[in-house]
Design a protein around this ligand. Sequence first.
Ligand SMILES: *Cc1c(COP(=O)(O)O)cnc(C)c1O
Length: 352
Amino acid sequence: MEIQLKLKQELKKKPEGELSFGSYFTDHMFVVDYTEGKGWHDPVIMPYEPIPMDPACCTLHYGQGIFEGMKAYYNKNGKINLFRPMENFNRLNRSADKVCIPEIDPELAYQGLVKLLEVDRKWIPEKHGESLYIRPFIIATEPFLGIKPSKTYKFFIICSPVGPYYASGLKPVKIMVEEHHVRAVIGGLGEAKTMANYAASLLAGEKAKKLGYTQVLWLDGVEKKYVEEVGTMNIGFVINGTFVTPSLDGSILAGITRDSVIKVLKKWGISVEERRISIQELIQAGKDGSLNEIFGMGTAAVISPVSELKYKDEIIKVPDYSSDSLVMKVYDYITGVQYGDVEDDFGWTVEL
Ligand SMILES: *Cc1c(COP(=O)(O)O)cnc(C)c1O
């Protein structure tokens, strides 16, 4: 399918100084339309601008919508690196299936992204540590009130230049384990990157922030005993030198960073367990000293060391991190691959 180019005459001024996450958008976006009976059609690169929308548009009422998050990095050869991009488009289609959105050809989505990055190349920050955050998403656009899948959709890719998540080295965060609210249950939408999951997480997140915790760690929705994920990141623990992370049982998002960490650690000969982990096990491991590290894994921060978990009246702490900690080594390796500074042993990056 030919991608049409409708380019802007007058380009925006790029922001100067610190880039706060997700606040600035590039000059163009990639858009593809879907109409029942016709499929996905009319792919176009066009100016980034507000989109006209019928107030009855069903995404607005029933949340039929999905998204992805990925990044483009300037590498040391002055080229652009993408990190495992097809994984994102394949996951977008898995999310699509969950909420009755028609799948989009991953190759078309990828070609649109490549074209968009060509057109908006000057928006990719050159400073090491900065990157261009890429947000593909699909919304249901049919104007009607009623519960059934939409007959029309729009796929977009928009891009936002972002600063380093940690301005000065990795900074451990404190996380609150949520004991009342739940994010998702098995059989629900937890493994889809769909809008509703994030709406469901806001209240608990705000409560945690008031108590001085940056985010919430969710427990399973049925027994509230087993650790799931953070909602923007997956979570992992180093217990007695073994990396342990919750298995993908249907209520957890299959993070690409999580998958990358598992593959790297296995290659380094570290034992990895994907299984259920109860909060009691973590409390115990924290007390007897076998809990060495806790860290989150997701595209935005890549790796996020955790210093403390709070669960009811218990505080689960890990020893201070040092350059010998696994979390530092994994962070250095994965960001090194993303910026093209270290050998890409797995063939994960695509250079543009
Ligand atoms: C996006 C996301 C993650 C992290 O996935 P990555 O592919 O590593 O960026 C984890 N949990 C949820 C709920 C997410 O939406």
